[in-house]
Design a binder for this molecule. Structure first.
Ligand SMILES: Nc1nc2c(ncn2[C@@H]2O[C@H](COP(=O)(O)OP(=O)(O)O)[C@@H](O)[C@H]2O)c(=O)[nH]1
Ligand SMILES: [Mg+2]
Length: 487
Protein backbone atom coordinates (compact mmCIF):
# COMPACT_ATOMS: atom_id res chain seq x y z
CA UNK A 1 0.00 0.00 0.00
CA UNK A 2 1.19 3.50 -0.67
CA UNK A 3 0.83 6.63 1.41
CA UNK A 4 -1.56 7.99 -1.20
CA UNK A 5 -3.32 6.69 -4.30
CA UNK A 6 -5.02 8.71 -7.02
CA UNK A 7 -8.38 8.80 -5.22
CA UNK A 8 -6.65 9.75 -1.99
CA UNK A 9 -4.90 12.57 -3.74
CA UNK A 10 -8.26 13.82 -5.01
CA UNK A 11 -9.57 13.76 -1.46
CA UNK A 12 -6.57 15.60 -0.05
CA UNK A 13 -6.92 18.12 -2.86
CA UNK A 14 -10.55 18.78 -1.97
CA UNK A 15 -9.86 19.19 1.74
CA UNK A 16 -6.78 21.23 0.92
CA UNK A 17 -8.79 23.56 -1.31
CA UNK A 18 -11.50 23.97 1.31
CA UNK A 19 -8.83 24.82 3.91
CA UNK A 20 -7.25 27.21 1.47
CA UNK A 21 -10.53 29.03 0.84
CA UNK A 22 -11.16 29.26 4.57
CA UNK A 23 -7.67 30.59 5.18
CA UNK A 24 -8.24 33.54 2.86
CA UNK A 25 -11.22 34.68 4.91
CA UNK A 26 -9.80 33.68 8.29
CA UNK A 27 -6.02 33.22 8.30
CA UNK A 28 -5.43 29.96 10.12
CA UNK A 29 -2.39 27.97 11.11
CA UNK A 30 -2.81 24.27 11.88
CA UNK A 31 -0.37 23.35 14.58
CA UNK A 32 0.17 19.65 15.27
CA UNK A 33 1.27 18.77 18.78
CA UNK A 34 2.52 15.21 19.02
CA UNK A 35 4.73 12.95 21.11
CA UNK A 36 4.44 9.54 22.71
CA UNK A 37 2.12 9.13 25.66
CA UNK A 38 3.30 11.04 28.75
CA UNK A 39 5.75 13.13 26.72
CA UNK A 40 3.90 16.27 27.88
CA UNK A 41 1.38 17.21 25.14
CA UNK A 42 -1.54 18.00 27.43
CA UNK A 43 0.61 20.08 29.78
CA UNK A 44 2.22 21.91 26.86
CA UNK A 45 -1.07 22.92 25.24
CA UNK A 46 -2.67 23.93 28.53
CA UNK A 47 0.30 26.11 29.47
CA UNK A 48 0.62 27.62 25.99
CA UNK A 49 -3.02 28.69 25.94
CA UNK A 50 -3.11 29.91 29.53
CA UNK A 51 0.10 31.90 29.17
CA UNK A 52 -1.16 33.62 26.01
CA UNK A 53 -4.63 34.38 27.33
CA UNK A 54 -3.48 35.58 30.73
CA UNK A 55 -0.38 37.59 29.90
CA UNK A 56 2.29 35.17 31.11
CA UNK A 57 5.99 35.94 30.99
CA UNK A 58 7.11 35.28 27.40
CA UNK A 59 10.06 37.56 26.66
CA UNK A 60 11.47 35.33 23.89
CA UNK A 61 8.20 35.32 21.93
CA UNK A 62 8.93 38.35 19.73
CA UNK A 63 5.46 39.64 18.73
CA UNK A 64 4.44 39.42 22.35
CA UNK A 65 7.58 41.04 23.75
CA UNK A 66 7.14 43.85 21.17
CA UNK A 67 3.62 44.37 22.53
CA UNK A 68 2.01 43.72 19.16
CA UNK A 69 -0.38 41.10 20.54
CA UNK A 70 -3.64 42.74 21.56
CA UNK A 71 -5.42 39.74 22.95
CA UNK A 72 -5.77 35.98 22.69
CA UNK A 73 -8.94 33.97 23.29
CA UNK A 74 -10.54 30.62 22.58
CA UNK A 75 -13.15 30.14 19.88
CA UNK A 76 -15.32 27.19 18.83
CA UNK A 77 -13.20 24.75 16.84
CA UNK A 78 -13.82 24.39 13.10
CA UNK A 79 -13.91 20.59 12.70
CA UNK A 80 -17.05 18.84 13.96
CA UNK A 81 -15.56 15.37 13.77
CA UNK A 82 -12.69 15.87 16.23
CA UNK A 83 -13.28 16.03 20.00
CA UNK A 84 -12.42 19.34 21.64
CA UNK A 85 -9.26 19.55 23.75
CA UNK A 86 -10.71 19.78 27.29
CA UNK A 87 -8.69 22.86 28.24
CA UNK A 88 -10.90 24.02 31.14
CA UNK A 89 -10.89 20.57 32.73
CA UNK A 90 -7.10 20.33 32.57
CA UNK A 91 -6.76 23.84 33.89
CA UNK A 92 -8.97 23.26 36.88
CA UNK A 93 -6.93 20.19 37.85
CA UNK A 94 -3.74 22.26 37.76
CA UNK A 95 -5.23 25.23 39.61
CA UNK A 96 -7.00 23.33 42.35
CA UNK A 97 -5.05 24.88 45.27
CA UNK A 98 -3.89 22.29 47.79
CA UNK A 99 -5.39 19.51 45.65
CA UNK A 100 -3.71 20.63 42.46
CA UNK A 101 -2.55 17.82 40.23
CA UNK A 102 -1.33 17.12 36.70
CA UNK A 103 -4.15 16.72 34.20
CA UNK A 104 -5.32 13.23 33.32
CA UNK A 105 -3.80 11.72 30.22
CA UNK A 106 -5.87 11.38 27.10
CA UNK A 107 -5.54 8.72 24.44
CA UNK A 108 -7.02 10.27 21.35
CA UNK A 109 -6.89 13.18 18.96
CA UNK A 110 -8.39 16.52 20.00
CA UNK A 111 -8.51 20.09 18.79
CA UNK A 112 -8.70 23.63 20.13
CA UNK A 113 -8.92 26.98 18.32
CA UNK A 114 -6.98 29.87 19.80
CA UNK A 115 -7.40 33.25 18.15
CA UNK A 116 -4.77 35.94 18.43
CA UNK A 117 -5.46 39.58 17.60
CA UNK A 118 -2.32 41.50 16.79
CA UNK A 119 -0.95 44.72 15.36
CA UNK A 120 0.54 43.88 11.94
CA UNK A 121 4.08 45.10 11.51
CA UNK A 122 4.64 47.91 8.98
CA UNK A 123 2.26 50.08 6.96
CA UNK A 124 1.56 47.68 4.09
CA UNK A 125 0.95 44.73 6.35
CA UNK A 126 -1.45 46.84 8.40
CA UNK A 127 -3.50 47.49 5.27
CA UNK A 128 -3.71 43.97 3.93
CA UNK A 129 -3.94 41.99 7.13
CA UNK A 130 -6.95 42.11 9.41
CA UNK A 131 -4.63 41.42 12.32
CA UNK A 132 -6.26 38.17 13.36
CA UNK A 133 -4.78 34.69 13.32
CA UNK A 134 -6.48 31.43 14.29
CA UNK A 135 -4.22 28.79 15.64
CA UNK A 136 -5.90 25.39 15.41
CA UNK A 137 -4.03 23.18 17.81
CA UNK A 138 -4.32 19.47 17.02
CA UNK A 139 -3.18 17.16 19.83
CA UNK A 140 -2.60 13.62 18.55
CA UNK A 141 -0.71 10.57 19.86
CA UNK A 142 2.81 10.10 18.48
CA UNK A 143 2.07 6.38 18.57
CA UNK A 144 -0.25 6.95 15.59
CA UNK A 145 2.54 8.53 13.55
CA UNK A 146 4.72 5.51 14.15
CA UNK A 147 2.15 3.45 12.24
CA UNK A 148 3.20 4.94 8.92
CA UNK A 149 5.64 2.11 8.08
CA UNK A 150 2.71 -0.34 8.27
CA UNK A 151 1.31 1.14 5.05
CA UNK A 152 4.16 -0.55 3.20
CA UNK A 153 4.19 -3.86 5.08
CA UNK A 154 2.13 -6.98 4.37
CA UNK A 155 0.90 -8.95 7.36
CA UNK A 156 3.66 -11.54 6.87
CA UNK A 157 6.37 -8.88 6.71
CA UNK A 158 4.98 -7.19 9.78
CA UNK A 159 5.01 -10.51 11.69
CA UNK A 160 8.62 -11.08 10.72
CA UNK A 161 9.74 -7.60 11.81
CA UNK A 162 7.80 -7.62 15.03
CA UNK A 163 8.98 -11.09 16.06
CA UNK A 164 12.57 -10.39 15.20
CA UNK A 165 12.49 -7.23 17.37
CA UNK A 166 10.72 -9.07 20.20
CA UNK A 167 13.42 -11.74 20.29
CA UNK A 168 16.21 -9.23 20.91
CA UNK A 169 17.37 -7.86 24.27
CA UNK A 170 15.77 -6.19 26.23
CA UNK A 171 12.46 -6.89 24.47
CA UNK A 172 12.82 -10.67 24.75
CA UNK A 173 12.47 -10.43 28.52
CA UNK A 174 9.40 -8.23 28.30
CA UNK A 175 7.83 -10.34 25.55
CA UNK A 176 8.27 -13.72 27.25
CA UNK A 177 4.63 -14.41 28.28
CA UNK A 178 3.42 -13.54 24.79
CA UNK A 179 6.19 -15.44 22.98
CA UNK A 180 5.55 -18.51 25.16
CA UNK A 181 1.89 -18.45 24.21
CA UNK A 182 2.78 -17.97 20.56
CA UNK A 183 4.76 -21.23 20.60
CA UNK A 184 1.56 -23.11 21.42
CA UNK A 185 -0.22 -21.78 18.31
CA UNK A 186 -0.39 -23.22 14.83
CA UNK A 187 -1.04 -20.57 12.21
CA UNK A 188 -2.80 -23.12 9.97
CA UNK A 189 -5.25 -24.21 12.66
CA UNK A 190 -8.91 -23.19 12.32
CA UNK A 191 -9.70 -19.57 13.10
CA UNK A 192 -10.82 -19.04 16.67
CA UNK A 193 -11.96 -15.75 18.18
CA UNK A 194 -10.85 -16.66 21.70
CA UNK A 195 -7.33 -17.54 20.61
CA UNK A 196 -7.07 -14.34 18.64
CA UNK A 197 -8.25 -12.36 21.66
CA UNK A 198 -5.78 -14.06 23.97
CA UNK A 199 -2.84 -13.54 21.59
CA UNK A 200 -3.86 -9.94 21.08
CA UNK A 201 -4.13 -9.32 24.83
CA UNK A 202 -0.67 -10.77 25.57
CA UNK A 203 0.84 -8.89 22.64
CA UNK A 204 -0.74 -5.63 23.84
CA UNK A 205 0.59 -6.19 27.37
CA UNK A 206 4.03 -6.63 25.89
CA UNK A 207 3.73 -3.31 24.04
CA UNK A 208 2.56 -1.54 27.20
CA UNK A 209 5.42 -2.96 29.24
CA UNK A 210 7.97 -1.77 26.66
CA UNK A 211 6.77 1.77 27.38
CA UNK A 212 7.35 1.58 31.16
CA UNK A 213 9.95 4.05 32.41
CA UNK A 214 12.32 1.24 33.27
CA UNK A 215 12.64 0.30 29.56
CA UNK A 216 11.30 3.50 27.97
CA UNK A 217 11.19 1.97 24.48
CA UNK A 218 9.64 4.19 21.82
CA UNK A 219 8.78 2.06 18.79
CA UNK A 220 5.76 -0.01 19.71
CA UNK A 221 3.37 -0.20 16.75
CA UNK A 222 0.49 -0.68 16.09
CA UNK A 223 -0.24 2.69 17.68
CA UNK A 224 -3.91 2.06 18.41
CA UNK A 225 -3.02 -0.93 20.61
CA UNK A 226 -1.55 1.47 23.15
CA UNK A 227 -3.62 4.54 22.28
CA UNK A 228 -6.94 3.05 21.13
CA UNK A 229 -8.91 6.30 20.95
CA UNK A 230 -12.48 5.24 20.17
CA UNK A 231 -11.43 1.78 19.05
CA UNK A 232 -11.06 0.09 22.45
CA UNK A 233 -12.34 -3.49 22.19
CA UNK A 234 -12.93 -3.30 18.44
CA UNK A 235 -11.92 -6.22 16.15
CA UNK A 236 -9.85 -3.64 14.26
CA UNK A 237 -7.32 -3.79 17.07
CA UNK A 238 -7.78 -7.43 18.03
CA UNK A 239 -5.02 -9.26 16.21
CA UNK A 240 -1.36 -10.12 16.75
CA UNK A 241 1.68 -11.44 14.89
CA UNK A 242 2.05 -15.20 14.28
CA UNK A 243 4.96 -17.45 13.43
CA UNK A 244 4.29 -18.01 9.76
CA UNK A 245 5.47 -20.79 7.52
CA UNK A 246 3.22 -20.85 4.44
CA UNK A 247 0.43 -18.98 2.69
CA UNK A 248 -2.76 -18.75 4.69
CA UNK A 249 -5.38 -21.44 4.24
CA UNK A 250 -8.97 -20.16 4.06
CA UNK A 251 -10.60 -20.21 7.46
CA UNK A 252 -7.27 -20.46 9.30
CA UNK A 253 -5.95 -18.41 12.19
CA UNK A 254 -3.40 -16.94 9.80
CA UNK A 255 -6.11 -15.80 7.37
CA UNK A 256 -8.14 -14.24 10.17
CA UNK A 257 -5.20 -12.30 11.61
CA UNK A 258 -4.15 -11.16 8.15
CA UNK A 259 -7.66 -9.89 7.38
CA UNK A 260 -7.76 -7.84 10.57
CA UNK A 261 -4.29 -6.45 10.06
CA UNK A 262 -5.26 -5.32 6.55
CA UNK A 263 -8.42 -3.67 7.87
CA UNK A 264 -6.40 -1.88 10.51
CA UNK A 265 -4.02 -0.50 7.91
CA UNK A 266 -6.70 0.58 5.44
CA UNK A 267 -9.40 1.71 7.86
CA UNK A 268 -7.40 3.18 10.72
CA UNK A 269 -3.86 4.08 9.71
CA UNK A 270 -4.52 5.46 6.26
CA UNK A 271 -7.50 7.70 7.13
CA UNK A 272 -5.51 9.29 9.94
CA UNK A 273 -2.79 10.37 7.55
CA UNK A 274 -5.25 11.54 4.91
CA UNK A 275 -7.73 13.35 7.12
CA UNK A 276 -5.58 14.87 9.81
CA UNK A 277 -1.88 14.67 9.28
CA UNK A 278 -1.91 15.97 5.70
CA UNK A 279 -3.59 19.22 6.79
CA UNK A 280 -0.97 20.44 9.26
CA UNK A 281 1.14 23.56 8.66
CA UNK A 282 3.45 23.44 11.65
CA UNK A 283 4.43 20.69 14.00
CA UNK A 284 5.96 20.31 17.44
CA UNK A 285 7.24 16.87 18.43
CA UNK A 286 7.56 16.48 22.20
CA UNK A 287 10.18 14.01 23.32
CA UNK A 288 10.72 12.74 26.86
CA UNK A 289 14.43 12.27 26.16
CA UNK A 290 15.32 12.31 29.85
CA UNK A 291 13.37 9.16 30.60
CA UNK A 292 15.00 7.39 27.65
CA UNK A 293 18.50 8.54 28.67
CA UNK A 294 17.77 7.41 32.17
CA UNK A 295 16.64 3.95 31.02
CA UNK A 296 19.92 3.40 29.14
CA UNK A 297 21.38 2.95 25.64
CA UNK A 298 18.75 0.52 24.30
CA UNK A 299 16.05 3.06 25.03
CA UNK A 300 18.07 5.81 23.35
CA UNK A 301 18.65 3.70 20.23
CA UNK A 302 14.96 2.94 20.12
CA UNK A 303 14.12 6.62 20.52
CA UNK A 304 16.36 7.41 17.59
CA UNK A 305 14.64 4.85 15.43
CA UNK A 306 11.26 6.32 16.41
CA UNK A 307 12.52 9.78 15.45
CA UNK A 308 13.64 8.38 12.09
CA UNK A 309 10.14 7.02 11.47
CA UNK A 310 8.59 10.33 12.48
CA UNK A 311 10.86 12.22 10.09
CA UNK A 312 9.84 9.84 7.32
CA UNK A 313 6.20 10.77 7.94
CA UNK A 314 7.01 14.43 7.42
CA UNK A 315 8.90 13.66 4.28
CA UNK A 316 6.10 11.49 2.81
CA UNK A 317 3.50 14.05 3.82
CA UNK A 318 5.38 16.79 2.06
CA UNK A 319 6.01 14.99 -1.20
CA UNK A 320 2.55 13.84 -2.23
CA UNK A 321 1.51 15.20 -5.59
CA UNK A 322 -1.28 17.52 -4.41
CA UNK A 323 0.59 18.87 -1.46
CA UNK A 324 3.24 19.89 -3.92
CA UNK A 325 0.69 21.60 -6.18
CA UNK A 326 -1.20 23.35 -3.40
CA UNK A 327 2.09 24.35 -1.84
CA UNK A 328 0.65 22.93 1.34
CA UNK A 329 3.16 21.28 3.57
CA UNK A 330 4.54 21.29 7.04
CA UNK A 331 7.17 23.98 6.77
CA UNK A 332 8.41 24.17 10.34
CA UNK A 333 9.08 21.34 12.75
CA UNK A 334 10.20 21.86 16.31
CA UNK A 335 11.66 19.01 18.33
CA UNK A 336 11.31 19.68 22.02
CA UNK A 337 12.83 17.76 24.91
CA UNK A 338 10.27 18.16 27.69
CA UNK A 339 10.44 18.29 31.50
CA UNK A 340 13.70 20.24 31.50
CA UNK A 341 12.79 21.41 35.01
CA UNK A 342 14.15 18.04 36.18
CA UNK A 343 17.61 19.44 35.43
CA UNK A 344 19.59 22.40 36.64
CA UNK A 345 19.77 25.09 33.94
CA UNK A 346 23.46 24.32 33.41
CA UNK A 347 22.28 21.12 31.70
CA UNK A 348 19.51 22.60 29.53
CA UNK A 349 21.80 23.26 26.58
CA UNK A 350 23.18 19.76 26.88
CA UNK A 351 19.71 18.28 26.73
CA UNK A 352 18.99 20.37 23.64
CA UNK A 353 22.22 19.18 22.04
CA UNK A 354 21.45 15.54 22.73
CA UNK A 355 18.06 15.88 21.07
CA UNK A 356 19.61 17.67 18.11
CA UNK A 357 22.21 14.97 17.79
CA UNK A 358 19.56 12.23 17.80
CA UNK A 359 17.39 13.97 15.21
CA UNK A 360 20.27 14.86 12.91
CA UNK A 361 21.49 11.29 13.03
CA UNK A 362 17.96 10.19 12.18
CA UNK A 363 17.76 12.74 9.35
CA UNK A 364 20.68 11.06 7.63
CA UNK A 365 18.60 7.91 7.41
CA UNK A 366 15.22 9.39 6.55
CA UNK A 367 16.16 12.04 4.00
CA UNK A 368 15.13 15.65 4.42
CA UNK A 369 11.58 16.90 4.09
CA UNK A 370 12.35 20.44 3.02
CA UNK A 371 11.02 21.80 6.30
CA UNK A 372 12.87 24.08 8.66
CA UNK A 373 13.90 22.42 11.94
CA UNK A 374 14.69 23.68 15.38
CA UNK A 375 15.41 22.15 18.77
CA UNK A 376 14.62 23.22 22.29
CA UNK A 377 14.79 21.84 25.83
CA UNK A 378 11.69 23.12 27.59
CA UNK A 379 9.40 22.73 30.52
CA UNK A 380 5.85 23.81 29.74
CA UNK A 381 5.00 24.03 33.43
CA UNK A 382 7.97 24.36 35.66
CA UNK A 383 7.54 22.38 38.89
CA UNK A 384 10.95 23.10 40.44
CA UNK A 385 13.23 26.00 41.27
CA UNK A 386 17.00 26.08 41.59
CA UNK A 387 19.42 26.59 44.43
CA UNK A 388 23.14 26.18 45.03
CA UNK A 389 23.79 24.03 48.08
CA UNK A 390 27.15 23.87 49.85
CA UNK A 391 28.22 20.42 50.85
CA UNK A 392 31.71 19.35 51.96
CA UNK A 393 33.23 22.61 50.73
CA UNK A 394 31.62 22.12 47.35
CA UNK A 395 28.93 24.28 45.74
CA UNK A 396 26.41 21.95 44.17
CA UNK A 397 23.53 22.96 41.87
CA UNK A 398 20.27 21.55 43.20
CA UNK A 399 16.61 21.66 42.20
CA UNK A 400 13.82 22.09 44.73
CA UNK A 401 10.28 20.81 44.42
CA UNK A 402 7.52 18.85 46.13
CA UNK A 403 7.60 15.15 45.19
CA UNK A 404 4.23 13.65 44.34
CA UNK A 405 2.61 11.55 46.98
CA UNK A 406 4.04 8.02 46.99
CA UNK A 407 7.33 8.93 45.26
CA UNK A 408 10.34 7.29 46.89
CA UNK A 409 14.05 7.99 47.20
CA UNK A 410 16.13 5.43 49.06
CA UNK A 411 14.24 4.65 52.26
CA UNK A 412 12.08 7.75 52.04
CA UNK A 413 8.47 7.77 50.82
CA UNK A 414 6.99 11.23 50.28
CA UNK A 415 3.54 12.42 51.21
CA UNK A 416 3.04 15.11 48.58
CA UNK A 417 3.43 17.94 51.11
CA UNK A 418 7.11 18.50 51.82
CA UNK A 419 9.61 20.22 49.63
CA UNK A 420 12.99 18.60 49.02
CA UNK A 421 16.28 19.57 47.38
CA UNK A 422 17.69 17.11 44.88
CA UNK A 423 20.97 16.94 42.98
CA UNK A 424 19.80 16.18 39.48
CA UNK A 425 23.20 15.15 38.11
CA UNK A 426 24.76 16.36 34.89
CA UNK A 427 24.02 15.31 31.38
CA UNK A 428 27.11 14.40 29.34
CA UNK A 429 28.75 17.19 27.42
CA UNK A 430 29.29 14.99 24.38
CA UNK A 431 25.87 13.96 23.05
CA UNK A 432 27.07 10.63 21.61
CA UNK A 433 27.79 9.42 25.14
CA UNK A 434 24.10 8.62 25.54
CA UNK A 435 24.59 5.60 23.28
CA UNK A 436 27.26 4.23 25.61
CA UNK A 437 26.77 2.92 29.14
CA UNK A 438 24.20 4.68 31.30
CA UNK A 439 25.88 8.08 31.47
CA UNK A 440 23.71 9.78 34.00
CA UNK A 441 24.25 9.30 37.71
CA UNK A 442 21.33 11.20 39.10
CA UNK A 443 19.44 10.85 42.34
CA UNK A 444 16.42 8.93 41.10
CA UNK A 445 13.79 6.61 42.17
CA UNK A 446 14.65 3.23 40.65
CA UNK A 447 11.59 3.58 38.42
CA UNK A 448 12.90 6.72 36.78
CA UNK A 449 12.81 10.40 37.58
CA UNK A 450 11.34 11.89 40.69
CA UNK A 451 7.86 13.16 39.85
CA UNK A 452 7.15 16.58 41.30
CA UNK A 453 3.78 18.18 41.97
CA UNK A 454 2.72 21.03 39.72
CA UNK A 455 3.67 24.46 41.10
CA UNK A 456 1.44 26.89 42.94
CA UNK A 457 0.29 29.66 40.62
CA UNK A 458 -2.21 32.44 40.68
CA UNK A 459 -5.58 30.81 41.09
CA UNK A 460 -3.99 28.38 43.49
CA UNK A 461 -3.17 30.67 46.34
CA UNK A 462 -3.57 34.41 46.84
CA UNK A 463 0.02 34.85 47.87
CA UNK A 464 1.32 34.06 44.42
CA UNK A 465 0.97 36.81 41.86
CA UNK A 466 2.40 35.26 38.70
CA UNK A 467 -0.14 35.75 35.89
CA UNK A 468 0.33 32.24 34.54
CA UNK A 469 2.37 29.05 34.78
CA UNK A 470 6.11 29.37 35.17
CA UNK A 471 7.97 27.59 32.36
CA UNK A 472 11.35 27.10 30.73
CA UNK A 473 11.76 28.24 27.12
CA UNK A 474 8.08 27.88 26.25
CA UNK A 475 8.36 31.35 24.71
CA UNK A 476 11.26 30.26 22.51
CA UNK A 477 9.12 27.39 21.22
CA UNK A 478 6.16 29.67 20.44
CA UNK A 479 8.41 32.08 18.62
CA UNK A 480 9.63 29.39 16.27
CA UNK A 481 6.19 27.82 15.79
CA UNK A 482 4.18 30.93 14.91
CA UNK A 483 6.08 34.12 15.69
CA UNK A 484 6.56 34.76 11.94
CA UNK A 485 2.82 34.47 11.24
CA UNK A 486 2.08 37.41 13.52
CA UNK A 487 4.12 40.01 11.70
N1 LIG B 1 8.02 18.49 36.11
C1 LIG B 1 7.34 18.49 34.96
N2 LIG B 1 6.54 17.46 34.67
C2 LIG B 1 5.87 17.48 33.49
C3 LIG B 1 5.98 18.56 32.58
N3 LIG B 1 5.20 18.27 31.50
C4 LIG B 1 4.65 17.07 31.75
N4 LIG B 1 5.04 16.58 32.95
C5 LIG B 1 4.69 15.29 33.59
O1 LIG B 1 4.44 14.34 32.58
C6 LIG B 1 3.13 13.81 32.72
C7 LIG B 1 2.52 13.57 31.35
O2 LIG B 1 2.25 14.80 30.72
P1 LIG B 1 1.02 14.95 29.71
O3 LIG B 1 1.03 16.35 29.23
O4 LIG B 1 -0.24 14.42 30.31
O5 LIG B 1 1.51 13.95 28.57
P2 LIG B 1 0.74 13.50 27.24
O6 LIG B 1 0.36 12.06 27.46
O7 LIG B 1 1.78 13.62 26.14
O8 LIG B 1 -0.43 14.41 27.02
C8 LIG B 1 2.38 14.84 33.54
O9 LIG B 1 1.33 14.22 34.25
C9 LIG B 1 3.46 15.36 34.47
O10 LIG B 1 3.65 14.48 35.54
C10 LIG B 1 6.84 19.66 32.92
O11 LIG B 1 7.01 20.64 32.19
N5 LIG B 1 7.49 19.57 34.12
MG1 LIG C 1 -2.44 14.09 26.55
Amino acid sequence: MKFTSLTDEALIALTGLADYAQDIVNPTLRLGVTGLSRSGKTVFITSLVHNLINGGKLPMFAPYANKRIKRAYLQPQPDDDIPRFPYEEHLSALLDGKNRKWPVSTNRISQLRLTIEFEPEGLIARNISNGKLNIDIIDYPGEWLLDLPLLDLTYDEWCQQTLSAANKFPRNKIAKPWLDYLKTLNSQANEDELIVQKASELFTNYLFNCRKDKYALSTVPPGRFIMPGDLAGSPLITFAPLEISNTPRRGSLHAMMERRYNSYVSRVVKPFFLNHFSRLDRQIVLVDALTAINAGPEAVFDLKSALTDILKCFRHGNTTFVNAILGKKINRILFAATKADHLHHTSHDRLENILKYLVEDALKRSGTSGAEFDFVALSAIRATREQIISQDNEELPAIIGIPQEGQTLGEETYNGKVEIALFPGDLPEKPETVFAENPKEAENDENGFMQFRPPLTKGNEDTIKAPSFPHIRLDKALNFLFGDSLS
